[in-house]
Design a protein around this ligand. Structure first.
Ligand code: PEP
Ligand code: MG
Length: 858
């Protein structure tokens, strides 16, 4: 506990000026003090500090006589938990402390026998189960709440404990406080709250409050009320009221609760007690305005008079969180910057995709890495062709593969979701899935994939065959049997408003990784400021092009190759022109061809036979060439700039296509200035060689067309050597873009396609704090980034620096990129909104010191 708080008294009556703080007494105690300050009808309450509760757990009780002296000796009491953050939970409230045989007799006179029995019964039940820790089966199962049940349960208590039910209110209170304090310190409660982000030493406060019974003469009862719908966040008076009830009984299943506002479906509080209803509404509006938050009120009506027992932050879905924050700002209750800080950027991922409904039952049959968010249900298919056939029948399907390759891309386009056995956060399926906004789980290694037999075996042995319906939840990594209820994606006006505010606040650029016109449209829709990475190889996956590409790969001589490239040129030119058109003058960074060529060759016998037919050569030739081109370690083999140096015709063709498209697109508006990026560089000489050829192509196109243009050449820093040698590379380039997928792979010596198999073990055992392909390893990979930035900038003050690996869309990683001084981050289009909000929050917290939700520390 901090020093400043050492002097605070263990127990304080909550008054407007009492020394109560969230950090010492918890959120509930503080909220009750705020309600007091608003002059709302809050029952008398004493708050016990975290220190006091900790001492109680250790056996030291504060002066309870003094606590009891704060209350009318006639009143009953309740104790509720007050943790610092209400989300961390706490033991359940205990009501009606002080009930004993004598009070029962008194209350029979004033409230009637049934009401008095109900109050006593409730207390004995919760005391027996939660304080004396007796068998719940004995005490929960009571036929009715009347006097007979009461005497039955008092006898049961005596039979179980060999003692009569405690009668002294002081003794009762001490036992309740002790049990709640100890419950908080127990291992399971600790683990539970730590999982919700609570620190190991999180404190618990307790509030002791005078009970307003909710049962008795006149209109009495209890209920809850809030002003918004928790799912949508739209204004809607929501809640229930139950006459002659306590606590949250009105929300109980089967409770004959009333609607609050007039309702055609049944009786409402508005009709039953119009004055109380009007008071409640005005109290709720005042709380919203003054507590600057949407609150749920817990209230009691006592003979027509309203009491507010408690206010808790309204629980909310992602969509509601955004709407509520925006509405509070639009109503002038909080500033825009605060609205931005109130929404956890990670949850936008939920909003932008269909999700499994939070209350849906989940029949989990397997787990993997949550590689692309959103949920999808469909029939199992095991081949890309099967997915296309299913799509043509209009049947949603889930494509299941051991891993995906370029040949599967068409099938991925056709599928509703993708599930793979192998792979990690940056494997092929994951990257393509995120690019398409397609739910995807990779590395589901606890399931067995019998692809040939078209069978998927669940971790528990259940078998699913082609055509069976499953659901994948790409947000949690869970594979589910059947079709749970779904929550639709929501892109409402409130989100657009919030993101527009985010754009005003942020100080780092956000671009999108976009390979196709559809991706570019998505990037525009999410207001990306350009394309930061166009992986040109993805343009060759169209079936018609794949064959031409394969012909090019099979060409034996440079001239033969050039002839095929001539046919690819117009296709690429059209692709680029389309991207320039969609992006309307925004920067478009095109990466030259990167993958090993043999990735484009057919791996199966059938594919090889088809290729032999297309090329008019024997299958054996095809098979031989495919084998010849195989590499032991393709990711470290002949790929990226190494192709540019050894097979330069490909880059020549791509550069020409880019320049010709530039001239054509420039006719529609402002001149286009394309950015061309060289992948997998590790040596300065590679850059010099490729640059010389691209400059020559540029000169040739200018001469042929008689028109001028400029372009920016850049280097992708994705090998450790390129980061270390950034100082000698940067004078040759206009920009450096850090490819943290490969850089992570090479820094760890960890295959991005295979890491998924053991990543969860590594994270569970604390070897890695997080999957480094998901959250940037700021210590190791980050050190290389820092060196690259410093060395690159030292030798070229004008250089643009950015990151285009998948980390660009991860809030924790954006924090690092901003601190290191990158000009922009580039990520999958669907992650652009997350990145925009996260970047704004980081800028605001940099300015104000306010903490951005959950990820300011990396
Ligand atoms: C990278 O390596 O970080 C990158 C963006 O390129 P790719 O994922 O295409 O290898
Ligand atoms: Mg790469």
């Amino acid at each position: 506990m901090q020093k400043d708080f050492e002097q605070i008294p263990p127990a304080s009556l909550i008054t407007p000026n009492a020394p109560i703080a969230t950090a010492t007494h918890g959120g509930r105690a503080k909220c009750l003090q705020r309600l007091e300050r608003l002059d709302l009808p809050v029952p008398r309450t004493v708050a016990l500090s975290f220190d006091a509760v900790h001492s109680i757990a250790e056996g030291q009780m504060p002066d309870l006589t003094a606590v009891l002296a704060e209350f009318d000796p006639e009143s009953l009491l309740c104790v509720r938990p007050s943790s610092e953050d209400p989300d961390w939970g706490g033991p359940g409230a205990i009501l009606n402390i002080g009930m004993n045989d004598a009070r029962y007799v008194d209350l029979c006179d004033s409230l009637g026998r049934d009401a008095a029995a109900a109050l006593y019964l409730r207390f004995v039940q919760s005391y027996a189960v939660h304080v004396a820790r007796l068998d719940p089966d004995v005490f929960d199962d009571v036929e009715d709440g009347g006097p007979d049940a009461l005497s039955e349960i008092l006898h049961a208590y005596e039979a179980e404990t060999d003692e009569p039910f405690p009668q002294d209110p002081g003794e009762q209170l001490a036992a309740v406080l002790r049990s709640m304090a100890r419950a908080w310190e127990g291992t399971s409660a600790r683990l539970l709250r730590q999982a919700k982000g609570a620190p190991a030493d999180a404190g618990l406060g307790l509030v002791v409050q005078e009970m307003i019974p909710g049962v008795g003469q006149g209109e009495c009862g209890s209920g809850v009320l809030q002003l918004v719908n928790s799912t949508t966040g739209s204004p809607q008076l929501t809640g229930r009221y139950l006459s002659q009830s306590q606590g949250r009984d009105a929300l109980g299943a089967g409770a004959k609760a009333l609607y609050l506002a007039r309702d055609t479906r049944g009786l409402s509080l508005e009709e039953l007690a119009p004055e109380a209803f009007a008071d409640l509404q005005s109290h709720a509006a005042l709380m919203r305005e003054k507590l600057r938050e949407e609150m749920q009120l817990e209230f009691v009506i006592e003979n027509g008079r309203v009491h507010i027992l408690d206010g808790v932050r309204v629980g909310r879905s992602a969509q509601a969180a955004v709407r509520i924050a925006v509405a509070l700002a639009e109503d002038g209750i909080i500033p825009q910057e605060e609205a931005l800080m109130r929404v956890d950027a990670h949850i936008l991922n939920e909003m932008l995709h269909r999700q499994v409904a939070p209350d849906a039952k989940r029949d989990v049959i397997g787990r993997g890495i949550a590689a692309s968010p959103g949920a999808a249900t469909g029939k199992l298919v095991f081949t890309a062709a099967g997915a296309q056939a299913s799509a043509s029948r209009g049947e949603p399907c889930i494509l299941v593969r051991r891993e995906t390759s370029p040949e599967d891309v068409r099938g991925m386009h056709a599928a509703a979701g993708v599930l793979t056995e192998k792979g990690g956060m940056t494997s092929h399926a994951a990257v393509i899935g995120r690019g398409l906004g397609l739910p995807c789980i990779v590395g589901a290694s606890n399931m067995k994939f019998h692809s040939k037999r078209k069978m998927l075996e669940a971790a528990d042995g259940r078998v699913f065959r082609a055509g069976d319906i499953i659901t994948i939840d790409g947000s949690s990594g869970q594979v589910l049997a059947g079709q749970p209820a779904m929550l639709e994606a929501a892109q409402d006006g409130a989100l657009q408003t919030l993101l527009a505010w985010a754009d005003d606040a942020r100080d780092i650029g956000i671009r999108a990784n976009a390979d196709t016109p559809e991706d570019a449209e998505t990037a525009r829709k999410f207001n990306a400021q350009g394309i930061g990475l166009c992986r040109t190889e993805h343009m060759f996956f169209e079936p018609g092009r794949l064959t031409v590409m394969r012909e090019m790969i099979f060409a034996e001589t440079p001239s033969g190759r050039e002839a095929v490239l001539e046919r690819l040129l117009p296709m690429q030119r059209d692709d680029f022109r389309e991207l320039f058109r969609i992006m309307e003058g925004m920067p478009v960074c095109i990466r030259l061809f990167d993958p090993p060529l043999h990735e484009f060759l057919p791996a199966t016998r059938t594919g090889q036979r088809e290729l032999s037919e297309a090329l008019g050569i024997p299958v054996s030739d095809v098979t031989r060439r495919v084998e010849e081109m195989g590499e032991y370690n393709p990711m470290l083999g002949l790929r990226g700039v190494r192709l540019g140096v050894t097979v330069p015709e490909i880059y020549d063709m791509q550069a020409r296509a880019i320049f010709e498209a530039t001239l054509e697109a420039s006719k529609w508006g402002e001149p286009v200035v394309p950015e061309i990026m060289i992948p997998l560089v590790s040596a300065k000489r590679e850059v010099e060689l490729v640059k010389a050829r691209i400059d020559a192509v540029a000169a040739a196109v200018k001469a042929e067309r008689g028109e001028d243009f400029t372009y920016r050449l850049g280097v992708m820093v994705e090998t450790p050597r390129a980061a270390l040698r950034a100082g000698e590379i940067s004078p040759h380039t206009a920009f450096l873009s850090f490819g943290t997928n490969d850089l992570t792979q090479m820094t760890y010596g960890l295959s991005r396609d295979d890491a998924g198999r053991f990543m969860s073990d590594y994270v569970n055992q604390g070897v890695f704090p997080e999957d480094p392909f998901h959250v940037l390893d700021t210590d190791g990979v980050g050190e290389l980034l820092k060196l690259g930035v410093q060395r690159g900038r030292a030798e070229n003050g004008e250089i643009t620096l950015s990151i285009c690996g998948e980390h660009g869309g991860n809030p924790e990683s954006i924090a690092f990129c901003r601190d290191v001084g990158f000009d922009y981050v580039s990520c999958s289009p669907f992650r652009v909104p997350v990145a925009r909000l996260a970047a704004a929050q980081l800028a605001i917290s940099g300015k104000t010191g306010q903490t951005a939700p959950t990820y300011t520390k990396y």
